[in-house]
Design a protein. Structure first.
Length: 245
């Protein structure tokens, strides 16, 4: 394990990313444990931070951590690997605190324990997946697969980026995100039917058309069972939302 860490992480220049990754996961798990303890009104666990009766959301502390970690990472000398890794870890904790309240920032209201709040957990899971792929040495949009020539390089990048964007426009978030690193996912997502409520479907599938009907059938038959499984995993890790939104 030590040899693997030295070869794949330290020597490969991924120590800061590794520290960010570990700190991000630890920060997310800690804050979710904390809010679940507060929600359950556990007496021995400290409650919300409410100076003067004003509830300070943890996204505020996350922004502070991100500023400290980001500026600290820029300020440390290039040969100070330990300090750079520590700054990356601080930045990772801050990012976790911010993304855990992503839905709150997006909607500008406290939707933490509502169905809309599931978006924060999904964004966190996507971030973990992206960082994991980067740690495995995969490069986005096929940079490592591009040829030596300029036009070959540009054509590969543009093709991979276009199919990934099409997959995202079709409402296939995970397929599009993974497709940024593994092109086959994006290609499959780009050529298959869009999800019925996606931007692509709203613009290109006329209401009542054959494609629109097929998309809704596929959504009920395949997508909804997978979504329910994902929701159960999300509830297990982050807590079940309230019924009312």
């Amino acid at each position: 394990m030590g040899d693997w860490f030295t070869r794949e992480i330290t020597d490969a220049g991924r120590l800061r990313l590794f520290c960010f990754f570990v700190a991000f996961i630890a920060g997310f798990l800690f804050i979710r444990f904390s809010v679940r303890m507060i929600r359950a009104q556990v007496r021995w666990w400290p409650g919300n931070v409410t100076p003067g009766g004003h509830h300070v959301h943890h996204v505020v502390f996350g922004l502070v951590f991100m500023c400290v970690g980001g500026v600290g990472g820029l300020a440390v000398p290039e040969d100070a690997a330990g300090w750079a890794a520590a700054a990356a870890a601080v930045f990772g904790v801050g990012t976790a605190l911010v993304l855990d309240e992503f839905a709150l920032v997006l909607h500008l209201q406290d939707v933490y324990w509502t169905e809309q709040g599931r978006l924060s957990v999904e964004v966190v899971f996507i971030t973990i997946a992206l960082c994991g792929l980067l740690l495995l040495g995969l490069s986005p949009v096929g940079v490592n697969d591009a040829g030596d020539g300029l036009w070959s390089f540009v054509s590969v990048i543009l093709f991979n980026l276009c199919v990934a964007v099409i997959a995202l426009l079709k409402g296939k978030v995970w397929t599009g995100v993974l497709g940024l690193f593994i092109s086959v996912f994006a290609i499959v997502g780009a050529v298959r039917l869009a999800r019925p409520d996606s931007l692509w479907a709203r613009r290109r599938y006329a209401e009542g058309s054959r494609k629109e009907r097929r998309a809704r059938i596929r959504e009920r038959r395949y997508r909804l069972p997978i979504q329910r499984l994902g929701d159960r995993l999300s509830d297990l890790v982050a807590g079940r939302p309230s019924i009312r939104s």
